[in-house]
Every structure is written in C-alpha cells, then in structure tokens.
Design a protein around this ligand. Structure first.
Ligand SMILES: Cc1ncc(COP(=O)(O)O)c(C=O)c1O
Length: 447
C-alpha cells in the first residue's frame, strides 16, 4: 500500500485500538460507498489490486451490514461491480465478447457451475448419463469428481487420459480415446484440463486439447483455480495459449491472488449457457419484483445461489487500493523462489527433484536407494519440519511413492523462507548420510 493511500484511509499500522478501528471501518465503508455510487451511476470504475489486510478489514467493515446482492435490484452498485470483476477476469484470458460469469465461494462451487452448464448445454438427460464420457487426467483436482456427483453425472464414464513425464495431458491420446468411444456409440461430452494441477503445478497443453474438443464437440473445461492468475506474469503467459477457447474456466482469487478465503470465479464463454442453466423454469411469484431490471445482470441468474453476499468487494478493494503491480510482482517472486529452491536443492547431496516447477509447485525426496526406507526417511523429515512449524510443506505420492511437496504461494514467503527450508534440508542430508536422522536439530526461524 503506498503512503498516499494509507493517509487517505487514515491508518498506518495494523495494531488498532477500538476507536481507531471504528474510525478506520468508517473510512473504508465511506470509501466503498463512494465508489459504489460511482458504479451505480455508471461512471468508469478503475481497477487496480491489494493484500490481505485491506480485504480483512473490509470483511470486518461489511459484516455489520450484510448486503444481499443476488438480484440486481437489491444491490445495483455491488452487482455491477461484480460484473466488472468478472469482465476483468475474462479479459485476462482474452475471452471473446458474450461471456458471463459468477463469483463463487471457491473453485469447487465454480466447478459445479461449469459442469452444470456443460450438461445443460449438451442436453444430456438422465437416460444418457451411463453413456456419457468425461475425459480427465489423474492430476485433475478431486473437486471435479464431487461436482460431477452433485450435478448427477456421478454415473458417467470417466476416462483417464495418459499424461507425459511432466504430468500434462497428452492431446493425441485424448484424440484416440474419444474417437474409440464415439465409434463404440458412447457420448463423449466433457474434457477437463488444468492450468496448474494441485499435485505438480503442471499445465495441460490447452490449445491442442481445444483442437480435439472442437473436432469432437466436447465441452472444454479449464481448472485454473490455482494457476489462473499467473497469467499476470509475462514470462508465464505462454502457459495460457488457447485458454480463450475453453467453454468454461475457473480461477480462485483466494489462491493465486492472495485474497482471503471464500472467492472463486467461473467464466463461461457463451454466457447465455450459464444463464440458461441457472434461470428458474417455474414461476416464483414472490421473486417477480426483484427481476424488474431486465437489462442488468443479477448474480442469481448465473448461479444456483439466490441470496448472495457481496463477495466481490473483497477482491475489488484490494485491486482498487494497490494496483495490479504488487500482485504481479508477488507472483513473479513466487515463480523465482520455486526455481531457486529447485536449483539449490539439486546441490544438496541425496536430494532429488521429482518435478521441475512449471508454476510454483516442486516435489522432491531424499533418495536412500530403497523405496521403503525412502518413505520412512522422508515421512520423518516432513514430520520434523511440520513440528517446528516455521515453514509449511506437504507430502504427496507419485506413482505410489511418497514425495515431499512445496507450493510457494503465500505472500509472506520470501527468499529467507526458502533459505530456511534449504538449510534444514542441508543439515538433514548431513545427518542422514551419517545415519543420524533421529538426532536432527534445527534452529527456529521466523518467516
Ligand atoms: C487446482 C485446484 N482446483 C480446484 C480446487 C478447489 O478449490 P476450492 O478449495 O476453492 O473449492 C483446488 C483447491 O485446492 C485446486 O488446487
């Protein structure tokens, strides 16, 4: 936050007494009101970005006055502001005009909306479900399975498309499988790809997958919940080739935009399909009045939610206060940190990098020469790191083998954080090579 903005809002520290908090809340609320009025008057809203402090304060400030913005009529400025945010996100991926979207509670809900729209648009009926085929890889996030269950497609056939060595879907394999399914009289319907898988941070070749989707009339869904905002970083843009051809995309500001939890975005290329999948097909006389502004978008018509709080403000205020630059810089820093970790880890005897970061996920392990010992030693390392609590890393399995995993994405993770982890691992390697894992010591490090 620059000094000017701090002065404008009247605070410079986070440790606030109750009077200061009251004043700040008032100022932030006034600031929002002023801008909401501008948007309500259809004046130009300028978009810039934030960090979690402003969002946290904002949550605090609006919690006293809950606003239902499900229908445009109930919160015209807020509803328009959310539409502006959706347009901003769609613009990041070069979606052509005609898109529509919704701000959701996160990636899982956004996926439900995507698949629901796919099902409706393909006019799949219950009698078709057992012949319907969904294409995905083993690396796709599990929220996709849940979403399919929720929308009734739990009975559909799931085809796991092979991945290459970098855990990316192989488009040619997809083509072969779809062709075979079609010839067998099945109903190929959806291909779900990822820009940034959770396990590996891998990025599927979306442009080539889009070719196959077009050839066989599949709905192309892109899960960019984690990876989406890396589009802001110039060096990462090549990962997004062809994303504008997706039928639906999900992206989570509460992941790679560092925003507080509770914010996902879904964008559907043919916006009317999202609308058609969510509008009421029965008369609800008690809702007639809130739909009086036909030329304005009501969030409730683009989601299964009716009442809806003003999620957009959490991302809008930070954008407005800070500008996009700090977010871009922060993402760039995370990419560099993941690369730095990878190259330095390679210098520590015994450690093996299992996948080079495409975005900011790295998996690695200490190699003992024996799979069983590997598992025990690496599990032990993980436990020691987590017990210390200075840094957080996690584990996963690759091909059934236990692996350590870092995902560099917290805005407070900097070089000293990575250096701390590296120094821990260096000490571990020394202890391991002399058979002293249990006696491993490390110093506490503030991150
Ligand atoms: C790639 C990916 N997709 C989807 C999700 C689900 O998102 P959410 O937790 O916001 O529902 C996650 C969550 O970690 C994710 O990493």
């Amino acid at each position: 936050m620059d000094n000017h903005t701090m002065e404008r809002l009247g605070y410079d520290r986070l440790e606030l007494g109750s009077e200061r908090r009251r004043l700040l809340t008032q100022k932030v609320t006034d600031f929002i009101e002023e801008h909401l009025q501008k948007v309500e008057k259809k004046e130009t809203a300028c978009f810039n970005i934030n960090d979690d402090r402003a969002s946290g304060l904002l949550n605090f400030s609006i919690s006293e006055e809950p606003k239902d913005i499900g229908a445009f009529y109930l919160g015209p400025g807020a509803a328009r502001l959310e539409q502006l945010l959706i347009s901003w996100v769609a613009g990041l991926f070069n979606f052509p005009a005609g898109f529509a979207g919704n701000l959701t509670s996160g990636g899982s809900t956004a996926t439900v909306l995507s698949f629901l729209t796919a099902r409706q648009s393909k006019q799949l009926k219950a009698r078709d479900f057992e012949r319907t085929v969904i294409y995905l890889t083993d690396a796709l996030h599990v929220c996709a399975y849940k979403a399919l269950n929720v929308i009734g497609l739990g009975e559909a056939i799931l085809r796991k498309v092979p991945m290459d060595k970098k855990f990316r879907m192989v488009p040619e394999e997809l083509r072969k499988i779809v062709k075979r399914d079609k010839e067998a009289g099945l109903l190929p319907a959806i291909v779900a790809a990822s820009v940034g898988t959770t396990n590996f941070g891998s990025v599927d070749p979306i442009d080539e997958i889009a070719d196959v989707a077009e050839e066989f009339n599949l709905w192309l869904h892109v899960d960019a919940a984690y990876g989406g905002f890396f589009v802001l970083v110039d060096e990462m843009k090549y990962h997004f080739k062809g994303v504008h051809r997706a039928d639906s995309i999900i992206v989570d500001p509460h992941k790679s935009l560092f925003m507080p939890l509770g914010l996902g975005v879904v964008v559907v290329k043919d916006g009317y399909k999202l609308h058609n999948a969510n509008i009421l097909t029965v008369e609800a006389s008690y809702l007639r009045d809130v739909d009086m502004f036909q030329d304005e978008k009501s969030p409730k018509n683009f989601s299964f939610e009716l009442s809806k709080h003003f999620r957009g403000v959490r991302v809008w205020l930070p954008l407005q206060l800070y500008g996009i630059k700090p977010f871009r810089e922060c993402l760039k820093e995370k990419v560099e940190l993941a690369r730095y970790f990878t190259s330095r880890l390679g210098e520590i005897p015994g450690f093996v990098v299992d996948n080079y970061p495409q975005l900011t996920v790295v998996t690695f392990h200490y190699e003992t020469g024996n799979d069983d010992t590997n598992e025990r030693v690496n599990q032990h390392l993980l436990e020691r790191i987590l017990q210390d609590g200075s840094v957080y890393i996690s584990s996963t399995t690759i091909g059934g083998k236990f692996r350590l995993r870092i995902c560099v994405l917290h805005f407070r993770s900097h070089k000293d954080t990575i250096d701390f982890l590296l120094s821990f691992l260096t000490k571990a390697a020394v202890s391991l090579s002399s058979g002293m894992i249990k006696k491993l010591h490390w110093r506490k490090c503030k991150v």
